[in-house]
Design a protein around this ligand. Sequence first.
Ligand SMILES: [Mg+2]
Length: 214
Amino acid sequence: MKFGWGGFGMDPGLDRENLAAIRDALPAGHQLMVDPGWYVDDGGRPRTRTADQIRTMLSILSDFQPYWVEDFVHPEDFGQYRSFKAEFPGLRFAAGEQQATIWDFRRLLTESDIDVLQPDLSRCGGLTVALALRAETDREIVTHSWLTDLLHAYSLHFLATLPSVTWVEFNVAQSELSRGACSSRLALEPDGTVAVRPESGSASRSTRISYDQS
Ligand SMILES: [Mg+2]
């Protein structure tokens, strides 16, 4: 399960309280991902967190051992990931949802110490870029697939090509925009997986992968 945004990283006491409540509510065996967002609302104006605010936030997060911490600095400030990784080597960082073109991902790969790459197929350049990225790295790839079943389905079919797949991001919002963009809706199976549907008329496949409930 993934949580975040909403002022995360601005009130250390509240962050710790929220994380403790989430951890208590998580069923055994479930992983926690945290996406604090890369900007906060400061009197109606968005701004990035200060380095000290990030440091405090990561220190609290370290106590909860999340599977990853996502996109907590400006998406083009790759160097900050590297410096915070040096300070918090026990945390895994995920990023890439804002990146476009293979050149942008190459910079992310070489200028940061990201553990998980999150190409968004509707932004990065689609399958062309995602497949190029897959060929250039053996780091974990989990597509960013927020909002609609259209993007969920696109992402599922890319993820199913990976030699080793961990998660698919699956937004569980029930709005008509999220669930109504496709004529047939995708759904979570009771065991928390999402089926990769065969093309209509083709032989059925039983491939299933785990999901990230965001
Ligand atoms: Mg994100």
